[in-house]
Design a protein around this ligand. Structure first.
Ligand code: HEM
Length: 132
């Protein structure tokens, strides 16, 4: 058989180059660098000045009251976070506001399941979700 071997090398799908990735992309979206937010929190054990003790439970109705850029709560996997200070550092810009005052778990997982939100937002957890 004198059939030519296919050049499999050419058939491997190549990932698209991700230009403007990282810092540039953040600048484009007007977001401050993620590293700045992380550094800022390293030196501050309690950035929200939360009182010591067990974290309270919040209902979805209460959480919905906080859906503005200057007062924004969000739920991830039954934990309630005050993300107000994070918004301006979010690499995806204002898209995060789609889940303002709501349970953002599903949207978060749709956009970036590889992101570890609890490392970034750990100190901004204000409570737990009360399921009724
Ligand atoms: C549920 C609301 C959220 C939505 C709709 C959302 C949406 C997005 C979108 C669209 C991007 C892509 C930006 C781009 O490629 O230009 C992005 C990137 C990113 N977001 Fe979110 N986000 C949400 C919540 C969060 C939260 C709570 C965190 C962290 C605590 C976070 C951290 C990040 C990070 C680190 C990136 C960069 C990911 C990468 O480059 O691999 N996001 N987000």
């Amino acid at each position: 058989m004198d059939r030519e071997e296919p050049n499999t090398h050419d058939q491997i799908p190549r990932p698209k180059p991700r230009r403007n990735y990282g810092f540039l992309r953040q600048k484009d979206k007007g977001a401050k660098p993620q590293s700045e937010f992380i550094r800022m929190n390293q030196s501050n054990a309690n950035p929200l000045n939360l009182p010591p003790g067990a974290l309270p439970l919040y209902s979805l109705d209460e959480i919905r009251e906080h859906r503005k850029v200057d007062d924004c709560w969000m739920v991830f996997e039954n934990k309630v976070y005050d993300i107000t200070q994070y918004i301006r550092y979010h690499p995806g810009g204002n898209k995060i506001m789609q889940a303002a005052g709501m349970d953002g778990t599903r949207l978060f997982m749709e956009y970036h399941p590889w992101v570890n939100y609890s490392i970034i937002l750990g100190k901004y957890q204000i409570g737990y979700l009360l399921r009724n």
